[in-house]
Write a protein that binds this ligand. Structure first.
Ligand code: NAD
Length: 441
């Protein structure tokens, strides 16, 4: 049973810590946010992630998982430390590493014997070396003889299916120069070897690069299909059939070919920006990634303009319902979601906005208190002049369009996630739009 401390108990740290305890390791999850740790100690969870509560309960009951705000003691008691703190977008688009550096300092001060320091957070290439340096600089006269190894173990889980992704990953990437650390990491992930999960062992800079390259590639794919969708809008082609036809080619794959209002979330916007910034610092051009980001900004506005068109360019004083606030379905995370963009625009343009998300209302309320948050879809659409769908929740896919028609003031729908049946909308007399499906309007 390997003793692990996870520092940073957010979406990634909490799932990682819980998953590692489920693999048979003894894990303490820690965080600077005391309130978060207290919630977890009470048996509640601070985020929404399907299947996480059950997994936490099981591992807490078995004694393998616990929560503490005493980061120093957690470090001292651990053989392996996972750094899973945030790395938000800083000035000029680069990754802000201040939390990672802070943690490295605390590790240096508390390094009471050999430990493996493993980075889960998404960090720029070269951060592994920086962490080593900071730890060494913070050793003191009592612990300066102690040794440690650094590992890069980037995370690829998707919010909304993070538990499944962690327990059954499509790959695990481990970057280290140390054979001892490699063997400890193999031991931590032992159950995955039994499942024959692909493992990539490499050096630290390569592991760090794999994470950025993967996220940037997916961002490019989304921007690409959004531009194809915009072409479909003006040519009469149906982007869903185009995506299907493209995706049947194994070299392309059908994944991430869903058009919409542009990508959001806590990762793609900041990780693409950080990659561009890394290139700038080293004289490497990232023209493709830059274009993907530019297209994404354009797509947000392009889809917002669709709403303005549907509303005859006049939203001032009109009532608009936003359905879906999270950046994707099955999460309560609203960071850089399409709804953030729409709410900002609509409020600035003088609209009266109601909103409903099955899970994310309270997170959005912290950013936009002036919106009328509702407890149901039907309550949100009542007496509205337009309805906008921005998250692909199943509940919205199956919405009763006849009922909605009886509740709204104007039968206007912008389906920015292409989840409604256009023929049904047409049959019920809606004035509607979507992204790239003109043939069926
Ligand atoms: N969210 C994802 O889907 C995802 C997927 C893969 C990788 N990542 C990467 O994982 C990292 C964490 O992302 P997240 O979404 O879990 O972030 P998050 O904001 O949900 O959680 C970060 C946590 O770190 C804590 N923290 C900040 N500074 C700290 C410090 N000095 N000491 C201890 N705790 C501290 C915060 O209180 C917070 O609870 C980021 O680098 C992100 O890019 C995220």
């Amino acid at each position: 049973m390997i003793k692990i401390a996870v520092i940073g108990t957010g979406y990634v740290g909490l799932v990682t810590g819980t998953g590692l305890s489920d693999f048979g390791n003894k894990v303490v999850c820690t965080d600077i946010n005391r309130e978060k740790i207290e919630i977890l100690q009470k048996g509640e969870i601070p985020i929404y992630e399907p299947g996480l509560k059950e997994l936490i309960d099981r591992n807490v009951s078995s004694g393998r998982l616990s929560f503490s705000h005493d980061i120093g003691t957690a470090i001292q008691n651990a053989e392996v430390i996972f750094i899973a703190v945030w790395t938000p977008m800083g000035v000029n688009g680069e990754a802000d590493l201040s939390a990672v550096i802070e943690v490295a300092k605390t590790i240096g001060r508390n390094l009471n014997r050999y430990k493996v320091i493993c980075t889960k957070s998404t960090v720029p290439i070269g951060t592994g070396d920086k962490i080593k340096e900071v730890i060494k600089d913070n050793l003191n006269s009592d612990n300066s003889d102690n040794t440690f190894d650094v590992v890069s173990n980037p995370e690829f889980m998707r919010e909304g299916s993070a538990v499944k992704d962690f327990l059954l990953p499509n790959r695990v990437v481990i970057g280290t120069e140390s054979e001892k650390a490699k063997s400890i990491m193999k031991n931590i992930y032992r159950p995955l070897f039994i499942n024959e999960t692909p493992m990539v062992f490499t050096n630290i800079p390569t592991a760090e690069t794999i994470k950025y390259a993967s996220n940037a590639f997916l961002a490019v794919k989304i921007s690409f299909i959004n531009e194809i969708a915009n072409l479909c809008d003006v040519t009469g082609a149906d982007v869903h059939v185009v995506a299907k036809g493209m995706g049947l080619d194994g070299r392309i794959s059908p994944k991430f070919l869903h058009p919409g209002p542009g990508f959001g979330g806590s990762c793609f916007p900041k990780d693409t920006s950080a990659l561009i910034h890394m290139g700038e610092k080293r004289g490497v051009d990232f023209n493709v990634v830059m274009a993907a980001l530019k297209t994404n900004e354009h797509q947000r506005l392009h889809v917002y303009k669709k709403l303005l068109m549907l509303m005859n360019e006049n939203v001032k004083g009109k009532k608009v319902a936003i359905l879906g606030l999270a950046f994707k379905a099955n999460t309560d995370d609203v960071r850089k979601s399409a709804a953030v963009y729409f709410l900002e625009k609509l409020l600035k343009d003088g609209a009266i906005v109601t909103a409903f998300d099955p899970i994310a209302n309270s997170n959005m309320e912290k950013i936009f208190p002036a919106v009328g948050y509702c407890n149901s879809l039907n309550e949100a659409v009542k007496d509205t002049d337009a309805v906008v769908i921005l998250t692909e929740w199943h509940e919205f896919r199956g919405m009763d369009l006849e009922k909605v028609a009886s509740l709204v003031r104007e039968k206007v729908i912008l389906d920015a996630k292409n989840i409604l049946n256009p023929n049904e909308l047409k049959r019920l007399g809606y004035n509607f739009d979507n992204v790239g499906r003109p043939t069926v309007k």
